[in-house]
Structure formats: C-alpha cells, structure tokens
Design a protein around this ligand. Structure first.
Ligand code: F6P
Length: 559
C-alpha cells in the first residue's frame, strides 16, 4: 500500500495557505464581476443539479484545490477502491460498496471470487423473500399475513434502512409497516413492540458481525416477546418454538455461523461480505426491510441511482466531478477557513433522517487522528456534520448560521416536485404549498450568500440603534443540490454522492475512511462496568473515582 502523501507538504497546500491568508470573500462582487460564475460552477451528476456558485471559492482557490487532489492522488486511490485493492489497511480489506450496485452483467474479481455474481445471488434471494412477504405467501406460524416488519440493528445496520424507509414513504407497501429497534435503552424495544400482534410480526436481525451487544440483546427481547405472545396458539415445546422462529425471524449478516447459533434457520439468512462497511451497507441485504417496504423493482432503481453516481465519480474529470469538488471545498472550509462543522439542510420532510445517516457516514469514516500508515495526521480532519430539514431548522438554529461568529458551510437539498402536491385555498387563491416551501430554500441560500448591508437596513427606515443587529454579513457558503423528485434512484444518487465526498476528504487527509477503531474502547469498558453496577465490589473498586461516585449515585437512586 502506498504511503499517504502528506497534504501539508504539497505545493498546492502551500499555495492554499497563501490564498487563505489574503482571502477576502466577496460573493456580491464576484457575482457582479462574473456573469458566468453560476454556469461555470454548476454541475450535473446523474439526475442531480449542483450549484456551487454560492461557495466561498474563486478561480485561484478552485484550481489549487484541484492541484491538491492531483498531488495527493485522489484519482489513483479512487481507482484502487473500485478495483478491490485492500485500501482498508487496518482491517486488510477491500472496500467495495460500489460492487453492491453493479449491474448483473458486470464482473469483479475480489480475492479470486466474482463479487458481482455473489451480490446478485443474494439480491435474488432477498427479492424473493420480500415478494413473498409483500404478497402474503410468506405467513406467520399461525398462517396470518405479515403486517409489521421490525428491523433490529444499530449504526449502519439501522440508520440507512430507517432513513431510506422514511425518505421513500410514498413508495411503501400500504399494508406493511416497518419499525426499527436500535437502542439498548429498553424503552426502544418496549415502545416499538407496543401494539403489535406477534402472529403478524416478522423480525429482521441485521448485524454485520452478529456480535453487537445492542442488537443481540434486542433480538433476544423480541424472541422472548414473540414466543410469549404466541405461546397460547402454537404451544411451548422446542419444536413449536423452532417453527415460530422460522416464520418470524430472518437475519442479515456476514457471520452466518453466529446466525445459526442464535437459532435462526440459515435458509432464512441473507449474507454480505467483509468488503462492505457497516455505514456503507444500506444497499446490501442490510436493506432487506426497505426491499419489503418499497418492493424489489424500486430497490433496483435505488441501486441503479447509486451506480449512476459511482460512474460519475469514477469517470468524470476531476474539474467537473461533483463529489470530488464538494469534498475539496469541504477541505478548504475545514482546513483553511476554520469551519468546524458542516450543515446538511434538506428541504424535504421525507429526508428528516438524512443528516443523522450522514453523521455516521462522515464522522465514523473521517473522525481519525492517524493516517493509513499509522503516522499522525498533519491537518484537522472530520468536520461535525449535522442538520435538520428546512423550514423547521430556520425557526431553530439558522440564526447562528446567518449572524453567528462561526463559519458553517451548508448543503441545501431540494426537489422540483413534491411528494404530496397540496394546495392552500386562501383569500380566494389556490396556493401551491410546495412553492411556498421552495421559496424558503431559494431565499435562505440567497440571504446567506449576499446578506444585507447597513445601508440597505437603513433604507427600510430602521432606527439607527438597531441597524447593526439587522445587518447580515453574507459570504456564508452554501451548496445547492436539486433534483426533479425524491425517487428511489435520486435517493441512491444522494447517498453515493456523500459516500464519495467523504472518500475524497479522507484521501486528502491520508486516512483510512473505512475502519472505526474509535468506537471500540467504550464498548470494552461498558462490559467491564456492567458487573460493577450489578454489585461486584471488586469491579467497582477497579473504576476511577468519578465513575465509582456515579455508580454509587445510580445504586442509591435505583428503586
Ligand atoms: O460500533 C460501530 C459499529 O461497528 C458500526 O460501524 C456498525 O455500523 C455498527 O457498529 C453495527 O455493527 P453490526 O452491523 O456488526 O451489528
């Protein structure tokens, strides 16, 4: 594996440092001076239209960022990823989520095995299962149709499916509801199981490793709930229980031996591979709940959308390559202009879980302090990603984005067509509510970019004393992403866009964006703390003073 190039040792980095030192962003001036700015900085990628013209970037910065991409070898590493090289070095694995969406006639040799053939074998089995549930030919043990599918999983085995289930709500099967249990807080299982009929409930235990404490605990809780609930009808013998589990539990995992040990019939298990990272797995069998909800045909559209974005990323020159450009701009904002966070603001209520999904994708991938050769990073890495749908966010945190002291680059996402075209009959007029909604999308990026000067505020007759409070500095960077409608394909494109933005940033920083060692220590310590909470004095004594005091508090107050 080639050593990472230290980005700070490149010519481009030195030049960017100089450019940043004298940087005076002036979006008003830039727009006035350059009538082509919008067309030069607007790009197409599959069905997405991406306008970067309201970004804090001029020609010198942009060309130097592209030079940086050349010097650190973004294209070479991208090609290595698509080829199946083991670019996840700390786990010695290929990184091939892109193979999950290759068409069936493609081939890709991964360590001597055709990954595409394997992918489509599993997809066929998932599609067949989903069709049976959707059509009612797969029934529960009492012969009733399945009306609720409960996905049990956490992290990448939850966030992708739940986000896509919400985003594609208009495409759902009308008689099957999906619920998602993720948290080990018993509230989650208790509230999600409430009101369900075990006879019509099917569980999908989704876990790449099948060793995650939360998921296995929740799976056992659900198994007990099911057997308890069905006991009267199907009996309590081992044979009865096995039959019930066969009809009400399926699993998705790379560890099919552990699935069998849990008591789930391997015939009801769907596999995937170690070259699919958890946070990159919504398009693997981890998306089974989604396939049940929207059907195989639409899931295939979702995969095709991802593939279209993969092809854009793989084949488009860097200067017009949207994920590369957006990733480079993020590096510029984070490493040169001091941005600590990045907002993602979908103008689509259907995308209300998209920022949460992106938090795992971006922060578990790029929240690293060492590079892929083990040496310390030489730059800041991994911004904090966050967001909420507009317009709700406007009435909550936009104040800080508009007038606060921090630079917060923001991606605005909107669709030309609404999922629900409602009209508001008001004052004798019929108003298209989607247009009211999108007016906010357009207005916000405009206000952020161009602001409002003191003279403009005064011209409105504002008393002098409050003029400063009403000034908007502008020059707050945004990217606008639009598409015709939020279809399964477009959702796939958006996900793949952010996967490749994350990848691009990771390459610049020289980090392995595909491991996640940072989540391990807390998991280990939780296992050590558990006996201390339950009364093991020796285990309690092994804790630090603060943790001991907190456990004491817990013990005193637990009724
Ligand atoms: O703890 C982090 C993590 O490993 C994520 O990367 C992963 O998506 C999640 O846990 C769930 O893991 P699994 O699918 O193996 O249960």
């Amino acid at each position: 594996m080639t050593a990472p190039v230290d980005p700070t040792a490149t010519k481009a980095w030195s030049r960017l440092t100089e450019l940043a030192a004298g940087f005076e962003p002036d979006l008003r001036g830039w727009f006035a001076a350059d009538p082509d700015r919008v067309s030069r900085l607007s790009f197409g990628a599959a069905d997405l239209h991406v306008d970067l013209s309201k970004g804090l970037v001029d020609d010198a910065v942009l060309s130097t960022l592209l030079g940086l991409a050349e010097e650190v070898g973004v294209a070479e590493r991208r090609d290595a990823m698509f080829r199946g090289d083991h670019i996840n070095v700390t786990e010695d694995r290929a990184v091939l989520h892109t193979a999950l969406r290759l068409p069936p006639d493609a081939t890709l040799d991964v360590d001597g095995q055709d990954a595409v053939a394997d992918v489509h074998d599993v997809l066929r089995r998932v599609y067949d299962f989903a069709e049976r549930v959707r059509s009612g030919t797969w029934t529960g043990v009492t012969g009733e149709r399945i009306s609720t599918v409960v996905n049990i999983g956490i992290g990448g085995s939850d966030l992708g499916p739940v986000m896509a289930y919400e985003a594609l709500a208009p495409y759902r099967h009308p008689e099957i509801e999906c619920r998602f249990i993720s948290n080990i807080d018993p509230t989650d299982a208790a509230t999600k199981l409430a009101g369900l009929d075990p006879a019509t409930t099917l569980f999908i235990v989704s876990s790449k490793t099948f060793g995650t404490l939360e998921t296995l605990t929740n799976a056992r809780l659900c198994k007990a709930w099911l057997l308890d609930g069905l006991g009267q009808e199907v009996g309590h013998s081992d044979v009865d229980q096995k039959a019930a589990i066969e009809k009400h539990f399926v699993a998705v995992s790379t560890a099919l031996d552990k699935v069998a040990a849990f008591g789930i019939d391997p015939a009801n298990a769907f596999g995937f591979w170690d070259w699919v990272g958890g946070r990159y797995s919504v398009d693997s069998a981890i998306g089974t709940s989604l396939v049940v909800a929207i059907g195989p045909e639409r899931f295939a559209d979702f995969l095709a959308g991802m593939h279209a974005m993969d092809e854009h990323f793989r084949t488009t020159e860097l200067a017009a390559n949207v994920p590369v450009l957006m990733g480079l701009l993020n590096v510029w904002y984070a490493d040169f202009l001091g941005a600590e966070t990045h907002a993602v603001l979908p103008y689509s209520q259907l995308l209300h879980r998209f920022p949460a999904y992106l938090q795992q994708l971006t922060m578990e991938s790029n929240g690293k302090g060492v590079r892929w050769d083990g040496s310390p990073v030489t730059t800041k890495t991994g911004e904090v990603f966050w967001g909420e749908p507009g317009t709700n966010g406007q009435h909550a945190f936009y104040q800080l984005i508009h007038q606060g002291t921090r630079l917060i680059p923001a991606d605005f996402i909107a669709f030309a067509n609404p999922a629900y075209p409602l009209k508001d009959a008001h004052d004798g007029q019929s108003i298209d509510v989607h247009e009211l909604f999108l007016a906010n999308f357009f207005a916000q990026t405009r206000a952020l970019a161009f602001g409002k000067t003191a003279d403009e505020v005064r011209a409105e007759g504002t008393p002098e004393a409050i003029v400063p409070a009403r000034v908007f500095t502008g020059n707050r960077p945004t990217a606008s992403i639009m598409a015709p409608a939020l279809t399964p394909s477009v959702l796939g494109q958006l996900i793949a866009l952010y996967e490749h933005i994350t990848f691009t940033q990771g390459v610049v920083w020289g980090i392995d964006s595909f491991d996640q060692w940072g989540v391990e220590l807390g998991k280990q310590l939780a296992l050590q703390v558990t006996p201390a909470i339950s009364g093991d004095e020796e285990a309690l004594g092994a804790q630090d003073a603060s943790t001991q005091a907190l456990i004491d508090y817990y013990r005193q107050h637990r009724t």
